[in-house]
Design a protein around this ligand. Structure first.
Ligand SMILES: [Zn+2]
Length: 418
């Protein structure tokens, strides 16, 4: 059997495993959230709040889509013409055209060009979120965050580029096998490491202060049978008024994080309701599910890249001889952008189902649908959500059910509908 045939087999096995795992772990059944309840919930929201959320998203929309389109067109220009290959050659020139310099510096240069093109859209977005009072960040703070995220991206990107092209360099026929294994390991590793190494770059985390709320949250976790060593508070108020909470990490790095804005903006009962939702993610091992789906997807993507590398027309367009050499970086970005566009709505769908399950967990655990609804109302108000967004946009991009969907689910739950 040739490496190519083995790769086809590996791709079939990986995709099969991905589909089987997703079928077994994603909550396909979603609790009822009748449209009639959604409309009733929408009616109860203050009309000026609904109008403000809609106006805010209406202002963000043009820049958002223009930015996406610009990024896509530029990516296509870099990957489907020899432009990307030229940039990679340019970056390697001071280092005697060494393949490793081309791989790491060339890759980072191509990504930098894309980042610079997205900069005006990001800056414009910042002016909108500041004008609406959601962000409290100065331009200096905004720029510092941006530089930090470039630095984190450069470190992770540098490791990925060096690893990938080392494997393609030394194993030109079998790189897809090593690369697929490496990609899967990297996804798992990042799940463990990101919360511990990267999140503190942007925020300071402190254990929630002793007091009735902390006691109640730990008791809630205990009642739920979820081992939680600590509840952390992030100093999000440095940059935003938005409220949020999340669970990240795996095993010993698992933590429940509450924004400090949550503690000032929401009532203790609402914080408990949010924490109960987060405990649902912990109890159902949603981070682990996401990590395994991500690892299988990343491995499949590497094998698919190898197989695509047999398409000589594509290589000719990109001005490269093989897909395993650094000059193909632009082409690799085209493939991953297109794959991301296709996979995005599927990912969003899976995410919404998982979020809806965590909502039901919160309702089960607290037995307080009214508080849950009040909490959704609060989240929507403070975060300037569009409570009932256009359905096409929701389907394509939303990671969570909409505010009115979540309120409707609580109403249906209160009536005993499951
Ligand atoms: Zn959630």
């Amino acid at each position: 059997m040739t490496p190519r045939l083995w790769a086809v087999c590996a791709l079939v096995v990986l995709l099969g495993a991905l589909i089987a795992y997703a079928a077994a772990t994603v909550p396909w059944h979603r609790a009822p959230h009748p449209r009639a309840d959604q409309l009733a919930a929408l009616d109860r929201l203050p009309s000026e709040q609904v109008a403000r959320g809609r106006a805010f998203h209406g202002e963000l929309r043009p820049g958002r889509y223009a930015g996406m389109l610009t990024g896509l067109i530029l990516t296509l220009a870099l990957g489907l013409t020899p432009l990307g290959a030229r940039l990679v050659e340019l970056a390697g020139r001071p280092f005697g055209d060494h393949w490793l310099a081309r791989a790491v510096l060339g890759g980072l240069l191509v990504v930098l060009v894309l980042e610079l093109a997205s900069l005006p859209f990001a800056a414009w977005r910042h002016t909108v979120v500041v004008r609406y009072g959601l962000s409290v960040q100065s331009w200096g703070g905004w720029a510092l965050d941006l530089l930090k995220s470039y630095a984190v991206g450069a470190v992770i990107g540098g490791i990925v580029l060096a690893g990938f092209f080392t494997v393609t360099h030394f194993a030109p026929r079998w790189w897809w096998a090593f690369g697929a294994a490496g990609a899967a390991v990297l996804v798992v590793l990042l799940s463990f490491v990101l919360p511990v190494l990267v999140e503190p770059v942007f925020n300071r985390f402190t254990p929630m202060a002793e007091g009735p709320l902390r006691t109640e949250l730990l008791a809630l976790a205990d009642r739920d049978g979820v081992p939680v060593r600590d509840v952390l508070v992030a100093d999000a108020s440095r940059r935003t008024r938005a409220v949020n909470a999340y669970v990240s990490g795996l095993g010993p790095t698992r933590r429940i994080v509450v924004y400090d804005t949550m503690l000032t903006e929401a009532t203790p009962d609402e914080v408990v309701s949010v924490a109960a939702h987060e405990l649902g993610h912990a109890k159902d091992d949603d981070v682990l599910t996401g990590t395994i789906i991500g690892a299988l997807g990343a491995a499949a993507a590497v094998v698919a890249l190898y197989l695509l590398g047999g398409w000589s027309g594509l290589l000719r367009l990109a001005g490269t001889d093989t897909i395993g050499e650094p000059r193909a970086i632009g082409l690799l970005l085209v493939v991953s952008s297109v794959a991301g566009l296709v996979a995005g709505p599927a990912q969003a769908f899976v995410s919404r189902r998982i979020e809806a399950r965590a909502d039901i967990h919160a309702l089960d655990l607290t037995g307080a649908p009214e508080t849950f609804e009040a909490m959704q109302h609060r989240l929507g108000t403070v975060n300037l959500a569009d409570p009932d967004p256009p359905s096409w946009e929701h389907t394509m991009f939303a990671s969570h059910p909409s505010t009115v969907q979540r309120m409707a689910a609580a109403r249906a739950y209160a009536r005993g509908e499951r």
